[in-house]
Design a protein around this ligand. Structure first.
Ligand SMILES: NC(=O)c1ccc[n+]([C@@H]2O[C@H](COP(=O)([O-])OP(=O)(O)OC[C@H]3O[C@@H](n4cnc5c(N)ncnc54)[C@H](O)[C@@H]3O)[C@@H](O)[C@H]2O)c1
Length: 475
């Protein structure tokens, strides 16, 4: 396979580049073994690489080393155990060991929203680089995978040059990550594209060698993985631009839902009808309670903050609106709850005291245990603040939810959560909830009222079973 280099010429013979460790294939390390880093470490061991995962969280490292994935991701546990047993995969908290081992070091630490503003907190990236760099004793490639503001890769290069003697020739590259929680194994083994921000042919060749397992797997399945080779700034921007687009698409259809609510139209039919146009497409076009998670909300804010710093703030002003539309969906559920329960809203919102509400779903999406900025959990908190007695159940997110929102009651099953409820709110579209039997649940509740925050239930079925049904953006 030949892949065009930015300038247009082709680079031959990637496979012949010898990793600095002398190993046949580059040895890979992943700095930060959270959702991103652990998934990568495990999947790249599965592709045959020798891999070392490094984290400062001793408990997480011990859990992984013992063969348990510390979060919920379908298919990952089995791959972890298989590759630990094969001896290709290890975990450590020791940066010296990490530096000695690796040819290519992937930065996978968190880049959360700063406590004092909308920008990204880069302190974890800085700590990872400055912990690794002083221990490097030979040439290596440090590759950023974390989602970062444009300009970070250049800054990482400067950090490296402060801590590593120039004669070692340590280089930096950036390769943003697009995996989706819930589909992460598939997304890492079979990515829909790979973006490589590089400055030298050596960096490109090493990154190619580090991804050869992905290309080889694709070849055996008669697929190709598109590769975009580009400069640092473009590579960094690709990720935030993609997330800005996805967030905008979701908020667009939620804005349509707001209009539908006023005129009595049905946003689900509207979405279907416009989604048939291939220029629009129907994915990410489901109206509901909006987006959340550890990426989209903080990424669109960090993107705006960085654009503002660079004097391009006007260009991204629309993302402020995207964020506002998204937040309004959460308030809309509280309003709907008040309406259904016959409570009036005052200036401080409705008073829901004396009501019992079941919240089904705490994670930001199904097939994950991630509750970071989850709309479902945020709404559970808002209902509790309005005075309701809130009972939450989630198939995988209970432990994380209890830590994030300890003030509500958690129930061991969907049935326990809805028992005696005056209102049921379905806020994450887990299959268990989508397929729930409205007749059976109807026997357990105090009153048959349901808010379908994800438009994932069949209104006819629920109405026939005697429920008062309210969806998002539906009559
Ligand atoms: N989760 C996703 O679906 C996803 C997808 C694409 C991109 N990203 C990006 O990837 C990055 C990581 O996200 P995540 O969801 O994996 O976060 P996470 O919080 O699950 O994991 C981050 C890990 O980094 C570790 N860490 C912190 N400081 C460290 C240090 N100095 N050295 C080593 N480890 C350290 C933490 O202990 C933690 O285990 C973020 O920039 C995120 O935006 C995430």
């Amino acid at each position: 396979m030949t892949i065009p280099y930015p300038s247009g010429q082709s680079l031959p013979a990637f496979a012949t580049v010898t990793p600095p460790s002398g190993a046949a294939r580059p040895r890979l390390t992943f700095l930060g073994t959270g959702y991103l880093g652990a998934t990568y470490a495990i999947c790249f061991a599965e592709l045959g690489y020798e891999v070392l995962g490094c984290d400062i969280d001793e408990e997480k490292i011990a859990t992984l080393a013992n063969g348990a994935v510390p979060f919920h991701e379908p298919g990952l546990d089995e791959l972890l155990r298989r590759n630990l047993a094969a001896g290709r995969l290890r975990f450590t908290t020791d940066y010296k060991e990490t530096a000695d081992f690796g040819d290519v070091h992937f930065i996978c630490v968190g880049t959360p929203q700063r406590a004092d503003g909308m920008g990204a907190d880069l302190s974890y990236v800085e700590a990872a680089v400055t912990s690794l760099a002083p221990h490097l004793t030979r040439k290596a490639l440090i590759v950023g995978k974390s989602t970062v503001p444009v300009g970070t890769a250049e800054w990482v290069e400067q950090l490296v040059s402060k801590h590593v003697p120039p004669e070692l020739g340590v280089e930096v590259a950036w390769s943003p990550e697009f995996l989706q929680e819930g589909f992460a194994v598939e997304d890492v083994l079979r990515p829909n594209r790979i973006v490589l921000g590089v400055k030298s042919e050596w960096a490109y060749s090493m990154l190619y060698a580090a991804h050869k397992g992905v290309f080889d797997l694709a070849a055996t399945e008669d697929r190709e993985v598109p590769v975009v080779v580009t400069d640092f700034a473009t590579a960094e921007l690709v990720k935030v631009a993609a997330n800005a687009f996805l967030a905008t698409k979701i908020s667009f259809i939620n804005a349509m839902a707001e209009v539908c609510e006023v005129v009595g139209a049905d946003v689900t039919q509207l979405a279907r009808a416009i989604g048939y146009d291939p220029r629009i497409g129907n994915r990410f076009l489901q109206a509901g309670i909006g987006f959340g998670g550890g990426c989209l909300p903080k990424d669109i804010r960090a993107f705006q903050a960085r654009a503002q710093e660079l004097g391009a703030g006007e260009a991204l002003r629309f993302l402020h609106e995207v964020d506002l539309i998204n937040q309004r969906r959460r308030t809309r559920v509280v309003q709907l709850a008040a309406e259904l329960l016959g409570r009036k809203s005052g200036p401080a919102g409705p008073d829901l005291s004396g009501t019992r509400i079941a919240v089904l779903g705490a994670t930001f999406k199904p097939n994950s245990d991630d509750v970071r900025d989850a709309p479902s959990l945020a709404i559970a908190g808002m209902l509790h603040k309005a005075g309701a007695d809130v009972h939450v159940y989630d198939p995988q997110g209970m432990e994380n939810a209890k830590r994030a929102l300890p003030e509500v009651t958690y129930e061991p099953s969907m049935e326990d959560a809805v028992r005696g409820a005056d209102l049921v709110c379905v806020l994450t579209e887990w299959a268990d909830f989508r397929n729930a039997d409205p007749v059976a649940l109807g026997e357990l509740v105090a009153a048959r009222r349901v808010i379908d925050g994800r438009n994932c239930l069949d209104p006819a079925l629920w109405t026939q079973a005697g429920w008062v049904y309210r969806g998002m953006g539906r009559p």
